[in-house]
Ligand binder design. Structure first.
Ligand SMILES: *[C@@H]1O[C@H](CO)[C@@H](O)[C@H](O)[C@H]1NC(C)=O
Ligand SMILES: *[C@@H]1O[C@H](CO)[C@@H](O)[C@H](O)[C@H]1NC(C)=O
Ligand SMILES: *[C@@H]1O[C@H](CO)[C@@H](O)[C@H](O)[C@H]1NC(C)=O
Ligand SMILES: *[C@@H]1O[C@H](CO)[C@@H](O)[C@H](O)[C@H]1NC(C)=O
Ligand SMILES: *[C@@H]1O[C@H](CO)[C@@H](O)[C@H](O)[C@H]1NC(C)=O
Ligand SMILES: *[C@@H]1O[C@H](CO)[C@@H](O)[C@H](O)[C@H]1NC(C)=O
Ligand SMILES: *[C@@H]1O[C@H](CO)[C@@H](O)[C@H](O)[C@H]1NC(C)=O
Ligand SMILES: *[C@@H]1O[C@H](CO)[C@@H](O)[C@H](O)[C@H]1NC(C)=O
Ligand SMILES: *[C@@H]1O[C@H](CO)[C@@H](O)[C@H](O)[C@H]1NC(C)=O
Ligand SMILES: *[C@@H]1O[C@H](CO)[C@@H](O)[C@H](O)[C@H]1NC(C)=O
Ligand SMILES: *[C@@H]1O[C@H](CO)[C@@H](O)[C@H](O)[C@H]1NC(C)=O
Length: 475
């Protein structure tokens, strides 16, 4: 070894190489911040407001009236709206603070197939227009704005957007406005979405935007693999978001972290930060975990652990473009299993797609301090396509302990990326081949609390220290 080991080296090395289950949780306290088990002192059933669960009767008024009534309990500990077994067709409705929407085991909320039942609302300020069409957009089936302490949960009941009609309108180009989400919660705090199944969203499924303290736990999200833009969960300009124990199978990214679009996102300047994603399983025709392409308000402090993607196009994806501005930094992804995936890791620096011609082409995004480690892949076509931006290298990209069974000749293809790696097979691109250990450990992102918690696994390190000098001496 050229450089002698110091105690700090040793501890940092341990941090880089050990899968450390005890780190999870302690480094994301916001996974526990929200009050999920709260008993609401008041409860009504949707049937008390004349709803009919026959799958045919439109119940929008019943939902609106029930929620209007429950508003009077907001300052008395809040209330619960119970949705019993049945098929409850409805148009878009609005939630209130201190409300629990509770779906019984065989309860299904069905989205209306008439577009007028999904009213038109203003575009998001950080997008400047609807995401797929200029101008306004349809409001989500379940909507909430300026709320606190709102819970959407139950005994694995289902919220089904019946999105196929929207996918048809999309394909036939007969939409007048951007398609609605299934659930959008805006500008709110203390939000829990748990123990439910979400199906067939017209567009992105769960969209927390300008929110903080959001817990999404134990949900199933399903949409056909050929349904357009049916992302699973899109935390957007939101902080302290925890997504755990979910299964997602859709026609677009399973989770995509965003923060606004080009000049509108830059001006609104609301980042997505402090986001934890763990114990996620799923499959997709796009990526399992994505960041961007809308990231103009910045994305940082992202922790992703214990994920499994199978039968998918891409595993991990960062997408951006000149014109976006903003940054993606301090991302830590660990313990990823990939089975039957085309491209394990993909960075795209020229994604394109701009809201209008008013974007600044010189607004280059910063992508830095991305750590990806403990990745195993079976039947992977291409290990990585890492494409940065000319004159704006993505840098301090750190790859460690990645073993992919790659079937194609083109294993890694990199341009305009710089970083470090240890124990990556097949061998990564030249621009990432410099070793992490020991000189570049501090150039690589590790989540806070990592180092503080090392001492209990000293013996784990001993195993690694025996394995390492061999490799190190080659550098
Ligand atoms: C949210 O609050 C802002 C500021 O008070 C207000 O302008 C806006 O209309 C509110 N939005 C909704 C949907 O209530
Ligand atoms: C997940 O949801 C199911 C169905 O509602 C429930 O039985 C199970 O206990 C939940 N698991 C967790 C970890 O909350
Ligand atoms: C909830 O229901 C969905 C289908 O409706 C099912 O796939 C899933 O396994 C169920 N989740 C739990 C935790 O029971
Ligand atoms: C778009 O607008 C036209 C004209 O008002 C209307 O006939 C059509 O139904 C609308 N399309 C959708 C999907 O709402
Ligand atoms: C969000 O809420 C704050 C007050 O809490 C308000 O000033 C702001 O206008 C709201 N923003 C939106 C987009 O509704
Ligand atoms: C999900 O359901 C399980 C089983 O009923 C319950 O223990 C848990 O608290 C629920 N989780 C949330 C976040 O609502
Ligand atoms: C993010 O987490 C850090 C560390 O816990 C905390 O200091 C910071 O205030 C958080 N930021 C936001 C916006 O939640
Ligand atoms: C790694 O993730 C898998 C799920 O893909 C999980 O079963 C396993 O327990 C995780 N390993 C550790 C050490 O947390
Ligand atoms: C390397 O990653 C694999 C998972 O892909 C894990 O099982 C193994 O423990 C990791 N090795 C070390 C030294 O942490
Ligand atoms: C990849 O998997 C195949 C089938 O399991 C196996 O025969 C082959 O040896 C593996 N290749 C590598 C490089 O591990
Ligand atoms: C690498 O990517 C570039 C641009 O995407 C492409 O032109 C080139 O053919 C690729 N090279 C290999 C070996 O796949």
């Amino acid at each position: 070894m050229k450089t002698p080991l110091t105690l700090v080296d040793v501890l940092l090395l341990l941090a880089l190489f050990c899968i450390s289950p005890w780190v999870a949780g302690s480094s994301s306290s916001y996974c526990k911040l929200t009050n999920t088990g709260e008993i609401r002192p008041h409860s009504v059933s949707i049937t008390d407001f004349g709803a009919v669960g026959d799958g045919v009767t439109l119940n929008t008024k019943a939902f609106q009236n029930a929620i209007f009534y429950l508003n009077s309990f907001a300052d008395k500990g809040g209330a619960k709206l119970f949705v019993p077994a049945g098929r409850w067709l409805t148009g878009s409705f609005d939630l209130i603070s201190h409300l629990t929407l509770w779906l019984d085991k065989d309860a299904v909320i069905l989205g209306s197939t008439i577009s007028d039942d999904w009213p038109i609302i203003k575009p998001l300020p950080s997008y400047g227009r609807g995401r797929e069409l200029p101008g306004e957009r349809h409001r989500s089936l379940i909507y909430g704005c300026n709320l606190t302490n709102v819970v959407i949960t139950g005994e694995n009941g289902t919220i089904d957007g019946q999105g196929s009609i929207w996918w048809d309108w999309f394909h036939s180009k007969t939409l007048n406005y951007t398609r609605p989400h299934l659930v959008e919660i805006m500008n709110s705090t203390n939000v829990v979405i748990s123990n439910l199944t979400f199906k067939n969203s017209p567009f992105w499924t769960l969209h927390p935007v300008y929110c903080s303290k959001v817990l999404v736990q134990n949900v199933t999200i399903l949409a056909p693999s050929d349904s357009p833009n049916t992302d699973g969960i899109d935390p957007d300009s939101s902080s302290e978001v925890c997504i755990e124990d979910c299964y997602i199978s859709t026609g677009d990214d399973l989770i995509s972290i965003k923060s606004g679009w080009d000049e509108y996102g830059v001006e609104y300047a609301r980042p997505s930060t402090n986001i934890t994603i763990r114990r996620l399983t799923g499959q997709t025709t796009s990526a399992g975990i994505a960041i961007g392409s809308e990231m103009s308000g910045g994305v940082s402090e992202i922790l992703v652990e214990n994920i499994l993607f199978f039968n998918s196009n891409m595993g991990i994806r960062i997408k951006t473009s000149p014109g976006r501005g903003g940054y993606v930094r301090n991302v830590y992804i660990s313990n990823v299993s990939l089975i039957d995936v085309n491209v394990a890791i993909r960075f795209t620096g020229k994604y394109g797609e701009h809201p209008d011609s008013g974007y600044n082409p010189n607004a280059l995004p910063t992508v830095e301090r991305i750590t990806i480690k403990h990745v195993s892949g079976e039947n992977i076509k291409t290990a990585g396509v890492l494409e940065g931006i000319e004159g704006d290298d993505f840098h301090n990209i750190c790859l460690a302990n990645i073993t992919l069974n790659v079937s194609s000749m083109h294993q890694w293809n990199c341009s305009h990326v710089q970083g470090f790696s240890d124990f990556v097979s097949p061998k990564t691109c030249h621009s990432l081949r410099e070793r992490i250990f020991p000189q570049h450990i501090s150039d690589c992102y590790l989540p806070p609390n990592f180092i503080a918690q090392m001492s209990s696994t000293w013996t784990d390190f001993i195993g690694m220290s025996i394995a390492l000098p061999d490799e190190s001496s080659k550098s």
